[in-house]
Write a protein that binds this ligand. Structure first.
Ligand SMILES: *[C@@H]1O[C@H](CO)[C@@H](O)[C@H](O)[C@H]1NC(C)=O
Ligand SMILES: *[C@@H]1O[C@H](CO)[C@@H](O)[C@H](O)[C@H]1NC(C)=O
Ligand SMILES: *[C@@H]1O[C@H](CO)[C@@H](O)[C@H](O)[C@H]1NC(C)=O
Ligand SMILES: *[C@@H]1O[C@H](CO)[C@@H](O)[C@H](O)[C@H]1NC(C)=O
Ligand SMILES: *[C@@H]1O[C@H](CO)[C@@H](O)[C@H](O)[C@H]1NC(C)=O
Length: 206
């Protein structure tokens, strides 16, 4: 019986943590952060349908697009693909993202922000703020309006394995040095942009 391997205080502590997660459904800090994200997308009246249910109950791990690690109970996936309905209704205009809103999710592995008409990040609140999220492996930014300046803001996300930037507004020359620090990157999608060539800052073309 595995239980005998735990000392009584450790087992009691584990049971208390599980009990508090069951009651609250998720960490208070993460639930609050999700509600801030909802407000930043929906405005105070919460009208965007995919996020309508957010906040109806306390168990944020069950909210649409949110998944949690089943051992730690912390949010590990946030899927906000097309939550603004921007593709259907482009009159909603550009969205300037405050990436700092995602900083509380210390175990975030997957973040999908695709198809939302994001034109860039709020000044000083770009992806560079997320370099502490060292479990972040999947970042999907497909079908937004990011320009070349997004690349330098992604440099600190050193745990990334998969980065999707297809169908954005990258153009001209892309410096491959921008990807040097992403040493774990396995997949990089850059199609449907207006990239002319890749260069390195040493001046070699290839
Ligand atoms: C939110 O709803 C209130 C009351 O219905 C309305 O007066 C206000 O203009 C709405 N705000 C936005 C940003 O849609
Ligand atoms: C926890 O999640 C993993 C995948 O994320 C799954 O394989 C595993 O069966 C889950 N464990 C329990 C106890 O639900
Ligand atoms: C961005 O979000 C963070 C975290 O919620 C907040 O502290 C900060 O004020 C926001 N920045 C702007 C410019 O709204
Ligand atoms: C690129 O996007 C940023 C916003 O993230 C903006 O401040 C800047 O003006 C844009 N650059 C160009 C050349 O459009
Ligand atoms: C890239 O696009 C921006 C506007 O988004 C424009 O100002 C700039 O001249 C373009 N650069 C190239 C090399 O096409």
């Amino acid at each position: 019986m595995g239980l005998y391997r735990f000392s009584l205080p450790v087992a009691a502590a584990i049971m208390m943590i599980n009990a508090s997660l069951l009651v609250q459904g998720c960490l208070e800090e993460e639930r609050t952060a999700l509600l801030h994200i909802q407000t930043s997308i929906d405005g105070p009246n919460h009208t965007a349908s995919p996020l309508l249910s957010w906040g109806n109950d306390a168990r944020c791990c069950g909210w649409a697009g949110v998944s949690c690690d089943n051992i730690t109970g912390r949010v590990n996936e946030i899927d906000l693909f097309n939550v603004r309905g921007w593709f259907i209704d482009p009159s909603k205009g550009d969205w300037y993202l405050n990436a700092t809103l995602f900083l509380p999710f210390q175990e975030l592995n997957t973040l999908n922000l695709g198809w939302n008409g994001i034109a860039g990040c709020v000044a000083n609140e770009g992806f560079e703020r997320l370099s502490r999220l060292n479990k972040l492996e999947y970042l999907n930014l497909v079908l937004n309006n990011f320009n070349n300046s997004v690349l330098s803001s992604l440099k600190g996300l050193s745990s990334l394995k998969h980065l999707s930037l297809d169908s954005n507004r990258l153009n001209g020359s892309i410096d491959t040095k921008d990807f040097d620090s992403l040493s774990k990157l396995e997949e990089l999608y850059l199609s449907r942009n207006e990239i002319q060539n890749f260069v390195t800052s040493t001046g070699f073309n290839y």
